[in-house]
Design a binder for this molecule. Structure first.
Ligand SMILES: [Zn+2]
Length: 151
């Protein structure tokens, strides 16, 4: 994975590596989840974790969309197991973050997703190709890939 670390934020990549270890492989949807999680933490001014944070992931609960869940879990420490993460089956890709009275939603920009989905959802892709797509998602500018709502 060393080659993937070029041109990408090193803090993001270290969490992505941990997420890939937990998830079993590295792919673009896992990276989307990590980035959603990190944006939520940053916007709520949380450093690493907060016991009171609650996250609701809204996405299609099937692979590869569900890979996003593991990215969110590793980034936020809100998990299905500790019941701080809820899932809502949804055609969009978004997560709602709640800390006390603060609430915000981080969504994948549907226009950008539609532009990328041909490659992101292609079948029978090699591990190397999948990791390249993960890097592409890691290096796509935040304002292009994500929309932050209820700010
Ligand atoms: Zn996956």
């Amino acid at each position: 994975m060393a080659t993937l670390e070029r041109n990408v934020d090193t803090e993001l990549m270290s969490i992505v590596e941990r997420a890939a270890e937990f998830h079993g492989h590295l792919g673009p949807f896992l990276v989307i989840g990590v980035r959603i999680g990190l944006i939520g933490l940053r916007e709520l001014k949380i450093k690493k974790k907060n016991e009171n944070l609650r996250v609701t992931a809204m996405l299609r609960n099937s692979v590869p969309f569900s890979c996003i869940i593991d990215g969110i879990q590793v980034a936020t420490k809100c998990t299905i197991g500790n019941q701080k993460l809820k899932l809502i089956d949804s055609p969009r890709i978004a997560a709602e973050f709640e800390l006390h009275r603060d609430k915000l939603t981080v969504a994948v920009n549907p226009a950008t997703f539609n532009r990328l989905k041909g490659s992101l959802l292609s079948k029978n892709v090699s591990t190397e190709e999948t990791e390249k797509l993960a890097l592409m998602v890691a290096s796509t500018p935040e304002e292009e890939l994500f929309i932050i709502e209820n700010k």
